[in-house]
Design a protein around this ligand. Structure first.
Ligand code: ZN
Length: 255
């Protein structure tokens, strides 16, 4: 759109045109659509199709993740390393075929242990993801373990590696996907090794409120608004604290 010469320098004029406003809205919508991949939800009620495709990048140890999160994951692991904490990614992307074989193996093992077929199928589903329901198939999930304790057991939470991740994962866009208190909602046991990428903006909110992805997605705007409010409150509180501390200091000097 060409503007008359005398209006060229006026931002005001541009902002007032419906044309510009519409462009901004379109851009916002486009951005939201582009970002949607970060929030894909996979669980028992929301399985992925067998032919779900992920463009992947290798992240060491012969593990792969969605190429869009590789840099964030590597940056997180390097930051831990710089503090002397070595964390290994031991399981990233998992194909549908791989899930099928893990699931079948589990059922067979249970039947050898004496389970009836039907019971074995039911039991297997609580330990190994039913094919299509593993978040690893998105390429956005990764199992991370401390170099000193590499078991996928609850004790992983006592490692330095997990403690570091708990404090910093959101800075790199990751969340603890299956917290202890959310088993009823996620349908998955406590997994202090399974991290999921959702992007920094969402990760900070989810970790701040100790909620799981299912809860967040059920009221994403509500949580975002609440977070903005809470964070700005904290900022003003801090400013107030600093002001009071300075005042006290000044008084102490005078006395
Ligand atoms: Zn996992």
């Amino acid at each position: 759109m060409m503007l008359p010469q005398e209006c060229e320098a006026s931002d005001d004029f541009i902002h007032k045109t419906g044309y510009q406003v519409r462009l901004e809205l379109d851009e916002e919508r486009r951005q939201r659509r582009l970002d949607a991949w970060r929030l894909v939800l996979v669980n028992f009620e929301n399985p992925l199709e067998e032919d779900y495709e992920v463009k992947r990048a290798e992240v060491g140890n012969n593990q792969y993740v969605d190429y869009r999160i590789a840099d964030s994951l590597n940056a997180m692991l390097s930051a831990a390393e710089e503090e002397g904490i070595t964390i290994y990614p031991i399981s990233g992307y998992r194909s549908y075929a791989r899930q099928v074989s893990l699931y079948r193996n589990k059922i067979q093992r249970l039947m050898k242990e004496g389970y009836e077929a039907e019971e074995a199928v039911e039991e297997a589903g609580t330990v190994v993801a039913v094919p299509g329901t593993s978040e690893h198939m998105t390429g956005l999930a990764v199992d991370l373990v401390d170099e000193h304790y590499t078991e996928l057991e609850e004790e992983q939470e006592d490692t330095q590696g997990y403690q570091w991740l708990l404090e910093h994962c959101m800075e790199y866009g990751f969340i603890v996907r299956y917290p202890e208190e959310k088993k009823e909602i996620t349908g998955i046991i406590y997994e202090p090794w399974h991290f999921r990428y959702v992007g920094e903006e969402h990760a900070r909110i989810i970790m701040h409120y100790d909620i799981c992805l299912e809860e967040y997605l059920a009221d994403i705007e509500g949580y975002q608004e609440q977070y903005e409010e809470d964070i700005s409150k904290v900022m003003t509180d801090t400013t107030e604290d600093v002001r009071q501390a300075k005042e006290l200091q000044a008084q102490a000097k005078e006395e």
